[in-house]
Ligand binder design. Structure first.
Ligand SMILES: C[S@@+](CC[C@H](N)C(=O)[O-])C[C@H]1O[C@@H](n2cnc3c(N)ncnc32)[C@H](O)[C@@H]1O
Length: 278
């Protein structure tokens, strides 16, 4: 089958299975199968797929039709200009998490050699972006999931940042040394188990539960992390957390006694990052 026909057939299949953005998904999966870029797809519509390429494309389209995110099929996601490996063991890094990076950079740039810990590192996206941007920072990254840490370590090695980050399996900051860090940063799970529909179906069904859900209210991880971070931060140090839709007030309440609180909205104007100074 020719490339353009294969694309059209894939778009029809994805549309029939109610997959959003069917053209973009069909193109992404074809680029993955052909190891090509988008320009190649447009320049070579007549290219005849080999039997092997066709079989792999059909398989990828069938998988995507079940709702499995394209990133878990291709194994890649871009974040902060870096190509990251992702697997179903980690949350797919989201563009809005880049606001967390911007906030930390603003707060940490003036420090000589800031000590930073990324809590719930997942793919490692936050720790890796900060290590890349802040060459003098000492960066640690923790996660409760050994499988996630494996992915984060692999990303660090691929990006040649493995000598810059210490990865550790840990339950949040339990047992962390007191008054040690300049920045505690986290994008914790925050979907309430009582309202799973607050996450999209693809997220609920395919992304790791431990990365998405946080107890009945969705606030359980913040409730444990805020006092632990207060303990682990140096005086004047910052806690920077991503927040989900509609929990700004509840998270603000948890840090209301801190020295200073700053809230940053995302590009849609939704409060997205809470920064609190010890
Ligand atoms: C929302 S994901 C964020 C992943 C990544 N930092 C990002 O921004 O894409 C939350 C992460 O926290 C981890 N996590 C959940 N509970 C934890 C706990 N009690 N201690 C440490 N990590 C935890 C999960 O395994 C998951 O990797």
């Amino acid at each position: 089958m020719q490339l353009k026909q294969a694309l059209t057939a894939a778009i029809d299949t994805l549309t029939a299975n109610a997959v959003g953005s069917p053209r973009m998904n069909a193109e992404t999966l074809l680029m993955f199968v052909l190891h090509s870029d988008r320009a190649y797809l447009y320049a070579h519509p007549e290219y005849e797929l080999t039997a092997d390429e066709q079989a792999r494309y059909d398989e990828a389209v069938a998988e995507r039709s079940t709702g499995k995110p394209a990133q878990y099929i291709t194994g890649h996601q871009e974040f902060w200009g870096m190509d990251l490996i992702v697997s179903p063991a980690v949350l797919i890094p989201r563009p809005e998490t880049e606001h967390v990076i911007e906030t930390v950079l603003e707060l940490a740039r003036t420090k000589q050699a800031p000590r930073i810990v990324d809590v719930g590192t997942g793919s490692g996206c936050i720790a890796l972006a900060l290590a890349a941007e802040l060459p003098w920072a000492r960066v640690e990254a923790v996660d409760i999931s050994p499988a996630a840490l494996e992915v984060a370590r692999a990303n660090a090695a691929r990006l040649q940042l493995d000598h810059r980050i210490i990865f550790q399996q840990r339950d949040l900051l339990a047992g962390a040394p007191a008054a040690t860090y300049d920045v505690v940063v986290s994008n914790p799970p925050y979907v309430p188990e009582s309202e799973p529909e607050k996450a999209q179906r693809e997220v609920r069904e395919f992304e790791p539960k431990v990365a998405v859900f946080a107890g009945e209210s969705g606030l359980e991880v913040y409730r444990r992390l805020v006092p632990q971070a207060h303990e682990a931060l140096k005086p004047g140090g910052w806690l920077v957390v991503e927040i989900g839709y509609s929990i700004e007030r509840a998270v603000h309440e948890l840090v209301k006694d801190w020295a200073e609180v700053r809230i940053t909205p995302d590009l849609q104007g939704i409060p997205r990052v809470v920064a609190a100074r010890r």
